[in-house]
Design a protein around this ligand. Structure first.
Ligand code: THU
Length: 160
């Protein structure tokens, strides 16, 4: 039997200032926008800021619902809106920040499986790797290719 290993490379920074200038702005926007989340059930606010290849930044927050599964994560709110407004423009980077118990998370909150699936489809769609930046007060994690976050992901190649 053959063994295959999948690798994930995570860069870590201690401060926003260690990031590239355009990434610093993106992280700040993700931190700021999360105050607009609608999260009365979990009290867990998430903010996502998406940088497009054309320089535009689209933000989104988690939107919950009393019928719980009807809500949507911040990452997908931001990405679906970005792809709706600019269906031909690739996504370059997504920054994610979360806030709970009246403070930003100490450690980054990585995107859920469904969001990873959507991020990966977006990068496949535009044939451009999406950088993911996860903000935490103690550390900031950077993953340069979203595919690493979901090895063996489902894709439209299975539908051919
Ligand atoms: N949430 C996100 O917005 N992004 C994720 O990747 C994980 C979870 C939201 C969904 C829900 O509103 C709250 O966080 C608690 O799960």
């Amino acid at each position: 039997m053959q063994k295959t290993e999948f690798k994930i490379v995570v860069y870590e920074a201690q401060k926003i200032l260690e990031l590239e200038t355009e990434d610093q702005e993106l992280v700040r926007k993700s931190k700021k926008v999360l105050s607009k989340a609608y999260a009365p059930y979990s009290l867990f606010n998430v903010g996502a800021a998406v940088l497009l290849e054309n320089g535009k930044i689209i933000t989104g927050t988690n939107q919950e619902n009393s019928a719980y599964p009807s809500g949507l994560c911040a990452e997908r709110v931001a990405l679906f809106y970005a792809n709706s407004q600019y269906p031909t423009v690739a996504v370059k980077t997504i920054a994610i920040a979360a806030f709970h118990n009246n403070e930003y998370m100490q450690n980054p909150a990585p995107p859920c499986g469904s969001c990873r699936q959507v991020i990966i489809e977006t990068q496949t769609r535009f044939n451009k790797a999406i950088k993911i930046i996860l903000y935490g007060e103690k550390k900031i994690q950077i993953i340069e290719d979203a595919q690493q976050l979901l090895p063996l992901s489902f894709s439209n190649k299975f539908l051919e």
